[in-house]
Design a protein around this ligand. Structure first.
Ligand SMILES: [Zn+2]
Length: 243
């Protein structure tokens, strides 16, 4: 009898400890989920700015009067805005929603005023002969003297200081991953380059050069409404998973 009571006490204490640990773990789990949900909510509530390159008298790459970069940039930017809204991003803004030239200063001011989650600039490539094709994605670089091409793994190792630059690379990688479904085997790589649009702004940003308007095969795809929707979906998925 002398030993029964202590054994029971020890058993009760063990049970109590297990229940306490379990309770703490559940509370921590709930806090963690709540934290994730509020971070996700914060992301969804922040603005996303889409910059449709060129506009007005600035045609960008021009193949003919009916086939020029500025119009296609705008069509893809509008499709992207719609798609991002559809998947839950509430505030998706465009630097221009019509065919007008928006000065760089005005574009920069819009970004500064809205402290966005990220900025995506849409362009279409041209030149290097009519055989060049494929898409490439640029992110703001440390090296502002000239454009450089680097391996993504090496770039990530270099970038430990600036969160928005790391985020830009990750965003670029995810967009690249999904654009590959639209342009299989036409990935021309991630590139680090100066981005005047983001001068002095610490926000994740990428410039997507979607194919070559000067290449017949690419042109056929980029000017197709359905492919434009696919491009918008691919970039949206990249945004959702990359940031
Ligand atoms: Zn352009």
């Amino acid at each position: 009898m002398q030993y029964v009571t202590p054994t029971l006490k020890v058993g009760k204490m063990k049970k109590f400890k297990i229940i306490s640990i379990y309770t703490i773990l559940v509370i921590l789990g709930i806090c963690c989920l709540a934290g994730q949900a509020s971070a996700q909510q914060e992301r969804i509530n922040k603005a996303i700015i889409i910059d449709a390159g060129h506009g007005g008298p600035d045609y960008g790459v021009k193949v003919s009067d009916t086939s020029c970069e500025k119009d296609l940039n705008l069509r893809i930017a509008l499709a992207l805005q719609k798609e991002l809204n559809r998947i839950g991003y509430k505030k998706v803004m465009l630097t221009r929603s019509t065919d007008r030239e928006v000065p760089l200063k005005e574009r920069i001011q819009l970004i500064k005023n809205n402290d966005p989650l990220l900025v995506i600039s849409i362009h279409i490539n041209g030149g290097f002969g009519n055989k060049s094709k494929g898409y490439e994605i640029y992110f703001p670089g440390f090296r502002t003297d000239k454009e450089t091409r680097s391996e993504p793994s090496a770039i990530i190792k270099d970038m430990t200081k600036n969160k928005h630059l790391n985020d830009s690379v990750r965003l670029a990688q995810y967009i690249q991953k999904y654009l590959d479904n639209v342009f299989p085997k036409e990935n021309r790589g991630l590139r680090e380059a100066p981005m005047p649009l983001m001068e002095g702004i610490n926000v994740p940003a990428v410039v997507v050069e979607i194919g070559f308007l000067t290449n017949k095969e690419n042109r056929k795809k980029i000017t197709d409404d359905k492919v434009q929707q696919e491009i918008a979906k691919a970039i949206s998925r990249g945004v959702k998973e990359g940031l």
